[in-house]
Ligand binder design. Structure first.
Ligand code: FES
Length: 106
C-alpha cells in the first residue's frame, strides 16, 4: 500500500508502506521533512502533526480526547483536518492516503 506526504516545501513523497504501521513510523523511517515523532508515538509531543486530505478525513476520523489534548500544543496552526499521524495506523481502507505536513516550531 502507498502513502503520500506533502512536505513543507511542497515536495510530495510517496512511500510504499506495510499494513499496521503508523503514518509517523513511515514518515520517520523514510526521512519525511517536518515529522519528528519525538515521543515515539505515545501521543504526547505533537511533532507528527499533519493535515489529512479531504477524501481521507472520514476514513481516519477525528482525534480522540487524548490526541485533542496533545494537539493543543500546536493550536496556532491547528485546522479542522489536523491529526497526529502517530495515531493513524495503516489498514486496507487507508491505502493511498495523502496528508500534508503541518508547520511547527521544531
Ligand atoms: S509522535 Fe509524539 S505525538 Fe505523535
Amino acid at each position: 500500500m502507498k502513502v503520500t506526504f506533502v512536505q513543507l516545501d511542497g515536495v510530495e513523497k510517496t512511500i510504499e508502506a506495510v499494513e499496521g504501521e503508523t503514518l509517523m513510523e513511515i514518515a520517520r523511517d523514510n526521512g519525511v521533512d517536518g515529522i519528528l515523532g519525538d515521543c515515539g508515538g505515545s501521543c504526547s509531543c505533537a511533532t507528527c502533526h499533519v493535515y489529512v486530505d479531504e477524501p481521507w478525513q472520514a476514513t481516519v476520523g477525528k482525534p480522540d480526547d487524548v490526541e485533542e489534548m496533545a494537539l493543543e500544543m500546536v493550536y496556532d496552526v491547528m485546522q479542522e483536518n489536523s491529526r497526529l499521524c502517530c495515531q493513524i495506523q495503516l489498514n486496507a481502507e487507508t491505502d493511498g492516503i495523502r496528508v500534508k505536513v503541518a508547520p511547527g516550531e521544531y
